[in-house]
Design a protein around this ligand. Structure first.
Ligand SMILES: [Zn+2]
Length: 461
């Protein structure tokens, strides 16, 4: 048998550890992992030159937004940024116009992704207390989980949040009951709306509307209280829950305790809550605005402990594209600017740099950015690991290569707002990305030729 593609002379990172070996691929699947001399003949052979072959990234948290707001990003441009960063499956969150709270709206989004995405993709469904009847219907579709927000739609963004929010405790309780019945995971943006709106009002009354005031308006307690509520209501309703982008060690501690009681709960954080602190809000103003906000360094240090001890399950980019004009509004009033910034292309290099700095192991990074998301969303073993029979999704990385982040080279349509890491020197560069055996990125170059190569991936559970 002749394979389609083989990587030789690489360090292969399997679930059982690292081996100096090669892999062979046929019809998009991994068919052999063996010493180079025992690999089958292949039509195309890549000499990995002693670099490291990792399972392709599964990004559990991206916002490509299409349909609508295409000026910010499309599945084409977003997936090109994904390929550049070694991400081979994107998990798209439901902020869209309108969000996918019905089977029809979900299918519409899947069709768009299917026509454009270079990498494989999976979708979250929207779970809103105002669309409860739709929840069981959406659960029957190809979604990996539901997502909801505990706040009213942000100012000026009502259409993007229809059917996606649970605005008060009674609605949250009803919403949890509805999702629990479906057996799907409910992912939650957990921040206390009442505390935040009241603080924003007070800060505005004192004309405190600059970057750092964003952090003041959403203090740690607004996350911690909300996480406690999620855990309590999830226990009462039997909902399987995921806490998105957790920014504080105290919230992570609550999740750790819940896990130790046997509760099914998953915890996600993002590179920016580990590698930046609130000083970035002073330096970059609205360009460093995200929700929850960046925290003080002491809180960042605390959060790291939960990455290291295994409490954190997922590291997502929370890739949030916006226009420069939209971000600039925040210089007049930080509370008007949209929250979020791009980051799908840097998730892996940022975490590899943390490995280089001795903050965590490469094995742990692979779990956090590939294997765990695939397992939690039911995409494993098709995704998330280099093993026989799995999809041939790889990222070849040069762990020693230093490079300087240059936002102008980014593939995201919103690269201009990617200011927070611009100019950083990182160690660990993705050299090549393959999706089901097709090379979608080589030496940093992503070709538009592979538009629409990406496929929908659905949970196996
Ligand atoms: Zn998000």
């Amino acid at each position: 048998m002749i394979a389609d593609l083989a990587f030789k002379n690489v360090f292969v990172h399997t679930e059982h550890g690292m081996v100096k070996a090669g892999v062979a691929v046929k019809a998009g699947k991994i068919i052999a992992i063996a010493n180079d001399e025992y690999l089958p003949e292949a039509k195309e052979v890549i000499d990995g030159k002693g670099q490291h072959l990792l399972p392709g990234g599964v990004d559990p948290h991206v916002h490509f937004r299409d349909p609508s707001k295409n000026e910010r990003e499309t599945f084409m441009t977003g997936s090109m940024a994904a390929a550049a960063g070694g991400v081979t499956t994107v998990c798209e969150h439901p902020i869209s116009m309108p969000p996918p709270y019905s089977p029809e709206l979900l299918k519409r989004r899947i069709e768009i992704a299917d026509r454009q995405s270079l990498v494989d993709f999976a979708f979250f469904g929207a779970a809103g207390a105002d669309k409860l009847a739709e929840i069981p219907k959406v659960a029957q579709e190809s979604i990996i989980a539901f997502k909801t927000f505990f706040h009213e739609p942000p100012e000026g963004r009502d259409k993007e949040f229809t059917g996606l929010t649970m605005a008060n405790d009674a609605k949250i309780f009803e919403g949890f009951q509805a999702v629990a019945k479906t057996g799907k995971i409910l992912a939650i943006h957990a921040e206390n709306n009442d505390i935040i709106s009241s603080l924003i009002k007070k800060l505005r009354a004192q004309s405190k509307v600059s970057g750092i005031n964003h952090a003041e308006s959403r203090p740690p307690v607004s996350e911690i209280e909300s996480v406690a509520k999620v855990l309590c209501l999830a226990e009462a309703t039997g909902a399987r829950v995921q806490l998105c982008h957790i920014s504080t060690g105290e919230a992570a501690e609550l999740v750790k305790q819940a896990k130790s009681r046997g509760q099914e709960v998953y915890l996600e954080t993002c590179p920016h809550y580990l590698l930046l602190n609130e000083q970035a809000l002073e330096k970059f103003g609205p360009y460093a605005k995200c929700n929850p906000p960046l925290r003080k360094q002491v809180i960042v240090d605390e959060l790291w402990k939960y990455v290291q001890d295994g409490t954190v399950d997922l590291i997502g980019s929370d890739h949030g594209p916006f226009l420069t004009e939209e971000k600039e509004t925040g210089y007049k009033d930080i509370f008007i600017a949209p929250a979020g910034f791009p980051g799908i292309d840097l998730r892996l290099p940022l975490m590899l740099t943390a490995v280089k700095q001795g903050k965590l192991t490469l094995e742990r990074v692979i779990e956090l950015i590939s294997t765990n998301p695939a397992k939690i969303y039911g995409l494993y073993p098709q995704k998330g690991a280099i093993r026989i029979g799995a999809d041939a999704d790889f990222v070849l990385v040069d762990l020693e290569k230093e490079f300087v982040v240059d936002r102008k080279k980014g593939y995201s349509k919103s690269s201009d707002i990617a200011r927070v890491y611009d100019g950083w020197t990182l160690t660990g560069l993705p050299m090549m990305t393959t999706v089901r055996g097709k090379i979608v990125m080589k030496d940093g170059i992503v070709s538009e030729e592979n538009e629409a190569w990406g496929q929908l991936v659905s949970p196996k559970i």
